[in-house]
Design a protein around this ligand. Structure first.
Ligand SMILES: C[S@@+](CC[C@H](N)C(=O)[O-])C[C@H]1O[C@@H](n2cnc3c(N)ncnc32)[C@H](O)[C@@H]1O
Length: 198
């Protein structure tokens, strides 16, 4: 069975434009078959960006894990001048993210990486709308290993639906992070995890 995170060289291409309406502006992203949220920008991702924008931070270093066509990392680079690094395992998603970064004239780093395998350095913020369909082990690996790539005061921001295991993920992460639920909307939780300093 094909998933949005598998690489299928034979998959046909049907490019389409999607518009993100956020913070009194509109940003257009190119999407295609074979990627997550191919027809509509995901509500959870938009909510994650929206809630982060309200924090009023700028110019932080940001890692977007499982970037898809780049909506999180590129939007924040555009609106908050974050220094964004975007990673994914899906080649097509990475290709689209590069097109979108070029279109929005943002200087971001876009890397093929399974989780943090090809990531180096530390970040002020790691953001993810994690790949639920890749399975719980992959999701928890992305969430739990984030702390190795965060600065001491860094934060992991993620979105998860209540019915996709948000509560059990929170319970598990509490062993390693201070957790705050920043927002709940339409069954989506926006969760911020800060490293427990030893
Ligand atoms: C829920 S989607 C979010 C996509 C994008 N951030 C958005 O908001 O539209 C999760 C993404 O994680 C990617 N992914 C799946 N397994 C991964 C892994 N092991 N490492 C990195 N990315 C992965 C998928 O290809 C997919 O693009």
């Amino acid at each position: 069975m094909e998933h949005y995170f598998t690489n299928n060289e034979n998959l046909k291409s049907e490019l389409r434009n999607l518009t993100l309406h956020i913070a009194d502006t509109s940003l257009t992203f190119v999407s295609d078959l074979g990627v997550f949220a191919k027809d509509k920008i995901d509500y959870g991702s938009k909510l994650l960006i929206d809630v982060y924008l309200k924090e009023g931070r700028s110019e932080v270093s940001l890692l977007d894990v499982g970037c898809g066509y780049g909506v999180i990392g590129i939007t924040l680079a555009k609106l908050l001048h974050t220094q964004s690094t975007l990673v994914d395992v899906n080649k097509r998603a990475l290709h689209l993210a590069k097109m979108n970064a070029k279109e929005h004239k943002v200087d971001v780093s876009i890397i093929m990486s399974d989780g943090y395998d090809s990531v180096s350095g530390k970040f002020d913020c790691i953001m993810t709308n994690p790949p639920i369909r890749a399975g719980k082990a992959t999701v928890m690996r992305i969430l739990e290993n984030a702390k190795e790539f965060l600065n001491d005061s860094g934060e992991l921001w993620f979105v998860m639906r209540k019915d996709q295991g948000a509560k059990s993920a929170i319970a598990k992460l509490k062993e390693q992070y201070n957790i705050e639920i920043k927002e709940k909307s339409k069954g989506f939780y926006i969760i911020v995890a800060k490293k427990l300093l030893t």
